[in-house]
Design a protein around this ligand. Structure first.
Ligand code: XMP
Length: 318
């Protein structure tokens, strides 16, 4: 019988045997899979696991700092790399969604490769790949491994991809990954996180990306997500986020007319991201959230709620 405990024991034994005294590098995304993979490897080889957590400048508000602290608190040997400026440079004046993804994938590979080179004699690349990633190419989980898979490009493989690969969660489904994490005592806040796309807020800012737009969207998204948590709705939703639209509309503030930005809120129910339904959030929740966003986030004067299901719509807008 499969139990999380027996899985952890057996995996740790196998990993010890396979990896011996070798050094292993792993890219943490803040998501469930890479975090659980890291904990498992940490149990097996401790400080020989070198984790890298890259800030691409497109994470949720304050996530880089808070997630990095969480990882450190878990005892992981983790290096935070704030490459925000490099990513924003690479994205400057790009509006096409696929070009955004390419620019982010390419930059991630450059940053990660530099960091992997800095680890002397590293032998292995660990990835948080799970069973659904193995059987089909569409990954709802995102993060470094998905980025790497979809972006190994023309000029040959980057050096870190020539490393031997270790994927300790390759046989597990998402719910099993969560149970394994729980049995290792990991924080429920990490294990219960919604999926978040590898390109992050870049594909939720329609049109070109500027630091100002990132700031606005982070503020809007933070209000939405915090409210979902405080209304106990977060765990009932599969994925949620805000989208900054390339639309300005007229509003009124005091005696003045305004001409400012519009955001869309999106919350969906799903099992694997392949199909999804919009969530019937309480009107009162939407009312309160919309008021807070418009009152607190400068530059936004209109909020709409996306009531489209997948198919034919997609979860993201880009
Ligand atoms: P769509 O928009 O295709 O999204 O309905 C399905 C799931 O995939 C995520 N998604 C991505 N994840 N890189 C990722 O790592 C991407 O480029 C990407 N595009 C979409 C999306 O957040 C949802 O969970």
């Amino acid at each position: 019988d499969w139990t999380p405990q027996s899985f952890v024991e057996e995996s740790v034994d196998t990993l010890k045997e396979t990896l011996g005294n070798d050094k292993v590098v792993l890219g943490l995304s803040g998501g469930v899979d890479s975090s659980v993979a890291a904990m498992l490897l940490h149990k097996a080889i401790g400080k020989n696991l070198y984790c890298i957590f890259v800030n691409n400048g497109l994470l949720r508000k304050d996530e880089y700092t808070s997630v990095l602290q969480q990882y450190e608190g878990m005892g992981l040997n983790v290096k935070g790399v704030d490459a925000s400026a490099r990513f924003l440079d690479a994205l400057a004046s790009i509006s096409d969604p696929e070009l955004k993804r390419k620019a982010i994938g390419r930059t991630f590979i450059e940053v990660f490769d530099d960091e992997a080179h800095a680890i002397k004699d590293v032998k292995w690349l660990a990835q948080g790949t799970i069973y659904p990633d193995v059987i089909e190419s569409v990954s709802a989980t995102g993060g470094p491994s998905a980025t790497i898979k979809s972006h190994h490009n023309v000029g040959g493989l980057p050096d870190f991809m020539k490393l031997k690969v270790v994927e300790p969660l390759k046989a597990l489904f998402k719910d099993e990954v969560r149970r394994v994490g729980k049995s290792m005592g990991m924080d429920p806040n990490i294990l219960g996180r919604h999926p978040f796309p590898g390109p992050g807020l870049a594909i939720r800012i329609l049109g070109d990306i500027t630091p100002e737009k990132v700031r606005i969207l982070q503020d809007v998204d933070a209000i939405f997500i915090e409210n979902l948590k405080s209304w106990n709705l977060y765990d009932k939703v599969w994925q949620a986020g805000a989208i900054l639209l390339p639309v300005h509309s007229v509003g009124v503030m005091g005696d003045e007319r305004t001409y400012e930005k519009c955001v869309a809120l999106r919350a969906v129910e799903s099992t694997d991201g392949m199909t999804a339904d919009w969530v019937n959030l309480p009107y009162e929740f939407l009312q309160k959230t919309s008021n807070q966003i418009i009152n607190k986030v400068k530059g936004v004067n209109r909020v709409v709620y996306d009531i489209s299901s997948k198919p034919p719509a997609t979860i993201e807008w880009e």
